[in-house]
Design a binder for this molecule. Sequence first.
Ligand SMILES: NC(=O)c1ccc[n+]([C@@H]2O[C@H](COP(=O)([O-])OP(=O)(O)OC[C@H]3O[C@@H](n4cnc5c(N)ncnc54)[C@H](O)[C@@H]3O)[C@@H](O)[C@H]2O)c1
Length: 334
Amino acid sequence: MSKVLVTGAAGFIGFHLSQRLLERGDTVVGIDNLNPYYDVSLKQDRLAQLQKQAGFSFYKLDLANREGMADLFAKESLALVVNLAAQAGVRYSLENPHAYVDSNLVGFTNILEGCRHSHIKHLVFASSSSVYGVNKKVPFSVQDNVDCPISLYAATKKANELMAHAYSHLYHIPMTGLRFFTVYGPWGRPDMALFLFTKAILEEKPINVFNSGNMQRDFTYIDDVVEGVVRAMDSIPQPENGESTKLEESSLVPYKLYNIGNNQPIQLLQLIEIIETCLGKKAIKNMLPMQPGDVPITYADVDDLIRDVGFKPNTPIEVGVERFVNWYRSYYQV
Ligand SMILES: NC(=O)c1ccc[n+]([C@@H]2O[C@H](COP(=O)([O-])OP(=O)(O)OC[C@H]3O[C@@H](n4cnc5c(N)ncnc54)[C@H](O)[C@@H]3O)[C@@H](O)[C@H]2O)c1
């Protein structure tokens, strides 16, 4: 049993992770600023589910609030930190770059400082498949070069990995970065394709299909992501088996990076067909060009994850989409 700080607890992944940690008897301190990037009532409804359970406490707090974050770390005796709060979304990073700097850079610095001053046993933080940019070699491996992000979102996620490595090196704090690949499932995000497509098809409105559907994503079911996060939390990197690829002395750094992806990319048009089958309704497709910042494929190499935590995501897309659609219909009563 541990006391765990989950940032972004009212968010999609943070909500599911908090549920799972409470089920296994951990105490969860959740924080979230409940920002209006997408429907706040969905965040509040997720939070209401968590607040019914013993062992959960919540602070409405912004990661970028330096004093508030320092107070939180001083007040709560935290053992572990899982940082999931961030400004997510590739396209929105072209519209509102400052939101990414505030949450993902300033906010992440406050997380690192909190860990530094509070003897945290392990910081696990969300990175993203978007750090691979338009890399040609697939599947994407954590050993590949990721120095060419093509969106500010991706650049902030890569920056988080570098900042964490520096703090892990300087202060010997174990840290693990997780590159998530297109996470989907019940209580999922309204700004993502599966949600947008399901909603539009049910409302008989057209869906926007970028790059005429010529895109592949390694869609990863939420329960698999949570399983990967929990196993990574419990597998605290030791200096001798830490990251050793870049600096000679970095074999002393208790720092690890993993991909958490399904290892089986799906064509966008195939995703649409699966949703159509689940809904029993055809989509009206509005074919559009590629969006700036978007990448044509994501495909995770998960060999390191299997080797170190003994798990790889394995939920078939048809099963996961059906569970999402069932949740969507019941939550929105359609
Ligand atoms: N869902 C995916 O497909 C995916 C893929 C790759 C990476 N990620 C990363 O995983 C993490 C969780 O993603 P998610 O899908 O649950 O997103 P989400 O937007 O549903 O959850 C993030 C939560 O963090 C909160 N938040 C944002 N900025 C904050 C701030 N400054 N202070 C406090 N709270 C703040 C938001 O209100 C939200 O509830 C993010 O770091 C995201 O970048 C997600």
